[in-house]
Design a protein around this ligand. Structure first.
Ligand code: SF4
Length: 401
């Protein structure tokens, strides 16, 4: 496990950020903030998916008024996103938001920046300095030879120095870019420059799957180096997908406790006794609908399935028209193939209710023997070269020789 870089801690409402706190997940609403009910519906959906903090745009007076009505009813802290008009930052503070995000590229008047920081200090509200490569202050770019990591970090540090002039340092920082390599280098430099908590993100990453890949490449690389205290995927998609991606990444990296399903499935091969893609997607839909917080495996054959997925809490492997249900690698029940998904879901519910040990104790005592016999039978039929690799090698030798 990589050691996380030590940062100071701040509080976004009740959510601690930095200073050893769990890495938090953020997303942003796509509704008009003046649409109070619509925005709250989205905030609730995001919170249910795992978002710890939600950002809403505060781009007009009606949005600030909306925030005044949203904040008291929100299940998670709200960050107001401010662009260009510093007065809207003051209005958002009056609305009671738990944090602000300021973009140094588009509020450049030092007096305006200091006025906002003073008000935030008075109200004990943290600010994220959110530098964005796409809207970097042109003076910074000119001074640092273009849109470089040095220019992005200098922009953040300049904003921080203005805050410090009025005695405000309740700050987290982001230096986002849509170019993943630039984003990674910028955060590495930022992390070496300051101990303020860092908010990670690849901005304008686009729709999934490309957006997910770019976000994961950037955020995951930095987290693996111990850098980052809070994260946001920026996807051109329903924001619930952003929260889901954030949650999945943190759970996969062991940075957050698993709250949802982790479905693993083999890629399938010549040994597969079932349509793995179909069974996996049916199982995923049924288990997600029940919010099962387990690691569940769908494996194409009983020859290798239970062994390869022995770390999973629960799994199913196919063999000769049957589903072999296994718990932590031990086959506990054999069911007809048509009942595979149903049996998997039932067992998952029983594990959640009774625990792993109880379900291992309740195993059908013949199941392991049936699985061993089926494994043997399949090996007899398929041989050890089920993917016909060795046959192909022979043929290649004939052709090439
Ligand atoms: S050997 Fe079995 S479990 Fe492994 S990929 Fe092939 S079908 Fe899946």
């Amino acid at each position: 496990m990589v050691e996380r870089r030590v940062t100071r801690q701040l509080m976004v409402g009740k959510v601690p950020v930095g200073g050893g706190a769990p890495v938090s997940i953020q997303s942003m609403t796509t509704t008009k903030t003046s649409d109070v009910e619509g925005t709250l519906t989205q905030i609730y959906a995001l919170a249910a998916t795992g978002a710890d903090i939600v950002r809403c745009t505060c781009n007009e007076e009606e949005a600030a008024e909306g925030l005044a009505r949203i904040v008291p009813r929100s299940p998670v802290p709200i960050v107001a996103d401010i662009h260009f008009q510093y007065r809207l930052a003051l209005a958002a503070l009056e609305a009671g938001v738990q944090a602000l995000r300021l973009n140094p590229g588009n509020i450049r008047n030092p007096q305006h920046i200091k006025t906002v920081a003073t008000e935030a200090r008075e109200r004990n509200v943290p600010i994220r300095i959110g530098v964005n490569a796409g809207s970097l202050d042109p003076d910074m770019a000119a001074k640092h030879g273009g849109i470089t990591p040095e220019a992005l970090v200098a922009s953040a540090m300049h904003e921080l120095s203005l805050f410090e002039e009025v005695g405000f340092d309740d700050v987290k920082i982001s230096v986002k870019a849509s170019n993943v390599a630039l984003m990674i280098e910028s955060y590495r430099l930022l992390s070496a420059t300051t101990d303020h908590p860092l908010h990670l993100g690849v901005t304008e990453a686009g729709p999934p799957p490309q957006g997910l890949i770019k976000g994961t490449a950037g955020i995951g690389t930095l987290l693996a180096e111990g850098i980052g205290d809070t994260i946001r995927y920026s996807l051109t998609a329903d924001p619930v997908e952003e929260a889901k991606a954030g949650r999945t990444l943190l759970e996969a990296m062991g940075l957050r406790e698993r709250k949802g399903l982790d479905l693993i499935a083999c890629p399938s091969c010549g040994r597969a006794e079932v349509d793995v893609i179909r069974v996996a997607s049916e199982a995923q839909a049924a288990l997600e609908a029940r919010n099962i917080p387990l690691q569940v495996a769908v494996m194409g054959c009983v020859v290798n399935g239970p062994g390869e997925a022995r770390e999973a809490d629960l799994g199913i492997a196919a063999g000769r028209g049957k589903g072999h249900l296994f718990v932590r690698g031990k086959v506990v029940r054999v069911v007809p193939e048509a009942e595979m998904v149903g049996a998997l879901v039932r067992e998952a519910e029983l594990i959640v209710a009774e625990g792993i040990e109880a379900r291992l104790a309740a195993a059908d005592e013949n199941a392991e023997a049936i699985a061993a016999a089926t494994r043997e039978e399949l090996l007899q039929i398929q041989g050890t070269d089920a993917n016909h690799s060795e046959e192909r090698v022979e043929r290649i030798r004939d052709i090439a020789g």
